[in-house]
Ligand binder design. Sequence first.
Ligand SMILES: [Zn+2]
Ligand SMILES: [Zn+2]
Length: 303
Amino acid sequence: MHFEVTILGSNGAIPAHNRYPTSQFLNYNGQGFLLDCGEGTQLQMSKYNIKRGKLDHIFISHIHGDHFFGLMGILTSFNLNYREHPLHIHAYPGVEEIVRTYFKHAQTILRYEIIFHQVTADEPRVIYENDGLTVETIILKHRIPTTGFLFREKVGPRKILPAKLDQYQIPVHEISAIKMGGDFTTEGGSVIPNIELTHDPAPPRSYAFCTDTAYTESFIEQIRGVNVLYHEATFVHEHRARAAETGHSTTREAATIALKANVDKLIIGHFSARYEDLSQLLSECKDIFPNTELAIEGHLFSI
Ligand SMILES: [Zn+2]
Ligand SMILES: [Zn+2]
């Protein structure tokens, strides 16, 4: 089952050094989710062969332009490409107002429906769910209301041991009940306990997307033990005063969150345009949390 994230944009407010503002494409088993939609997102999707038609949900962390200036372009292209199925946008109410105002003044009536789901900044909540996963908001600490998004896979059914199917001549119609934890009764009346027929499913995987935020430990419990944490690290440690002033994090702060939350891997991004070379950002994180990687355009991370 695919659960992977492609980095489309890794930079902070200003595009620079061939880096784009924030956007990531998350593929879960063929379903597409866009996390933020900075300027240039649709060009980056084309560059990395991501099919726009697979995208049904867009999540916007907050209403700073570097996280949504690509939205109007992508919505317009959907229209020009005869999209008919609905698109869901999960965002603060201002995004709906901006989008509707634009299309009103452009006198454009879209061929497809945009369904807006309002995100709130009061407390974390599950805002989307399907058969395979849930998406929760993460309340971040920034200059305006901002939320991250936590993608959590659901626990799958138990796995049947193929040898047991033959051994006990288990009929096909019994299989789904056994996968759900049921025992099996043979024709002779013996009860075979589930534990003998199955093994545990793979542990559910999780991905936390946290941008933009100043250092805060308020969501550590929520993200504890996730497989991959994306946390912004806009500045090197030396520029911590600037980070605090602008509601962003430094490398050491991002790495400290990863360490305290006991995650498996940290990806850092939202880099300030002042850094052309990112090696200092990476090494400062690795000093605290060795399993850190840079978000680089085009990189695909398997969760
Ligand atoms: Zn930003
Ligand atoms: Zn911001």
